[in-house]
Unconditional design. Structure first.
Lengths: 383, 194
């Protein structure tokens, strides 16, 4: 057998090609031209660029369900394109692809609108919630300022204010989950502040309690009318001291109260102004607060309440009931440790008018339509 | 014999034309690893737009490979080009994310430090505020406010430690704003007393 040289091997092949059938030549030519594909429809690039824009404006975040549907359609389109591109050039038909991607683009526009609407709606909703909680906080703060009872300023209010600031930042960043969490926590803190406020001021909205105070004052006025003597009535909520003579109102003065004046005084150091029926026991011409008139706190009722609170363990056994509650000068602007403070010229007037033994009735409020009542209503209704 | 040689030659020609067309598996794996590393670094959270670009790059490369795999004459050059670019982008993105995170972390740490300083200053201001019967209650209210905000400061560090730098920043800024507000109230109260 003769050895087969390369020339001997390729030679016949080349001659086969040269002399090959027209069909083979055509096939080879078409195979080679198969590398150059027809152009991809412009809708494809438009859709891809639209997807990137949708992502850029945060569509997956603001309309996740709608975006997922859109993305699935886009993926289906890309699979369709891949399948079409994979076909032999003769069989490629991009018209359905172009139409499909045209539909994808239209879908994308709908998703963009949905996302922007959802974004605006959610931002508005969260902002409104922040405003609403902020309003409740402002009512609480104003209440604390109006009644000048600083016990109404609580840690939970400070926390709520900080959380609202934080929530605003999250809304700005479009992080709704964190914004909602901060708002919810702020709301809980405001609720807690409202509840503690409600406990403190509930007496001022209690019809029976108001009736009791009104009864105390009415009886004292009747006694003043009967005996023709002076009577001092202190209305804590209105921060007023009214002087009566023979049951007739003589003059009303603005008055300052204890730091914790919404509470009824129970023990020494609670900085509350006592409530009840007292009398002037001593006049002090040279007081630290200009002039002062001491009242007989604690009276029998105060002592009974104090003993009861101790028995129940509501206050420590070492706690004292306190005393030295006065009507004094020094001005009404400040807060006292439980005394009733008048402006100096008013205490001088009163000091020169009334004598030791003059009855003093101190009540929380005389009207059920008081500011605390309406504030409490607005706080509860605002929730 | 001659016919056999012709067939062999034709097969050799076809094999020559398709020989280089192997799917770029290594490149795919390397690019996917680079994208995964960027994701692990937090690309989706911190640089979502950039993440989208590399994710789309990887998807485009996969689509191109799929097309070529169906072809008689495979050519993975374009897929390789896309993969190489995507890999480089993903690697750069990982660095970018790390840098962004570090910036946010440092910002949160700085704001937290500012909040602590502001708190100390506000406390010092309150301590020297004139305490009379008239102002004692106001001072106590401000102290209560400060105590309420102070209690929130320890919540920031765990957020930083946990990698929630954006959240930590927002909280630290909110705390700082509240302390500053209380501080301003204290200053106003002191000024009023003068």
């Amino acid at each position: 057998m003769k050895p087969i040289s390369i020339v001997a091997t390729i030679g016949p092949a080349l001659s086969f090609l040269r002399a090959g059938s027209i069909l083979t030549a055509c096939l080879l030519s078409l195979l080679l031209t198969g590398c150059s594909e027809p152009p991809i429809p412009p809708e494809v690039d438009l859709a891809v660029s639209q997807d990137q824009n949708l992502w850029k404006v945060g569509v997956p975040k603001y309309a996740p369900r709608e975006y997922e549907e859109y993305a699935a359609t886009l993926r289906a389109g890309q699979d369709m394109l891949t399948a079409e591109r994979s076909k032999f050039i003769w069989f490629q038909d991009y018209d359905p692809v172009a139409k499909f991607f045209g539909d994808v683009i239209a879908h994308g526009e709908q998703v963009r609108t949905a996302a922007l609407t959802a974004k605006a709606r959610e931002t508005t909703d969260l902002s409104l919630q922040i405003i609403k909680i902020g309003d409740r906080l402002r009512i609480l703060r104003n209440l604390a300022d109006d009644v000048r009872d600083k016990k109404l300023s609580t840690r939970s209010m400070a926390r709520a204010e900080t959380l609202l600031n934080e929530a605003k930042g999250h809304v700005k960043n479009g992080d709704w989950t964190k914004a909602r969490r901060a708002i919810s926590e702020a709301n809980l803190n405001v609720d807690s502040a409202v509840n503690s406020t409600r406990k403190m001021v509930a007496r001022f909205a209690d019809g029976q309690q108001i009736a009791h105070w009104r009864g105390q004052v009415a009886n004292a006025i009747q006694r003043s009318r009967n005996n023709g003597g002076y009577l001092i009535v202190v209305n804590k909520l209105d921060r007023e001291l009214t002087l009566y003579k023979s049951g007739q109102q003589v003059k009303t003065y603005s008055a300052g109260m204890g730091i914790n004046y919404l509470a009824d005084k129970l023990y020494s150091g609670d900085r509350a102004t006592p409530e009840g029926e007292y009398r002037i026991t001593r006049k002090l011409p040279a007081s630290k607060y200009y002039k002062a008139m001491l009242i007989n706190y604690p009276n029998e009722e105060d002592q009974r309440r104090f003993a009861e609170a101790k028995r129940r363990g509501e206050i420590s056994k070492r706690t004292h009931i306190g005393g030295l509650i006065e009507i004094h000068g020094g001005g009404t602007a400040g807060l006292t440790y439980g005394c009733v403070a008048l402006d100096d010229r008013h205490i001088l007037e009163l000091y020169n008018t009334v004598e030791v033994g003059t009855p003093v009735v101190i009540v929380g409020a005389l009207s059920a339509n008081n500011s605390l009542c309406s504030t409490l209503d607005s706080l509860c209704n605002a929730n | 014999m001659k016919k056999l040689l012709v067939v062999l030659a034709s097969l050799a020609l076809v094999a020559t034309l398709t020989a280089c067309a192997k799917a770029p598996t290594e490149e795919i794996n390397a690019t996917k690893a680079a994208v995964d590393a960027a994701v692990a670094e937090g690309a989706q959270q911190y640089t979502p737009e950039d993440y989208k670009m590399v994710a789309d790059g990887l998807a485009a490369a996969n689509a191109e490979i799929k097309v070529q795999e169906e072809k008689f004459f495979k050519n993975f050059d374009k897929a390789k080009q896309i993969l190489a670019k995507t890999k480089a982008d993903a690697e750069a993105l990982k660095g970018k994310v790390a840098q962004r995170k570090e910036e946010l972390k440092q910002a949160a740490i700085a704001t937290l430090a500012q909040a602590n300083t502001a708190l100390a200053e506000a406390k010092a201001l309150l301590a020297k505020a004139p305490k009379g019967k008239g102002s004692k209650a106001d001072i106590e209210a401000m102290q209560t406010d400060l105590a309420g905000v102070e209690a929130m400061i320890p919540e920031v560090q765990p957020m930083i430690d946990g990698g929630d730098f954006i959240g930590a920043n927002e909280k630290a800024n909110a705390i700082l704003a509240r302390i500053t507000a209380v501080s301003d109230e204290v200053k106003a109260a002191i000024e009023k007393k003068k």
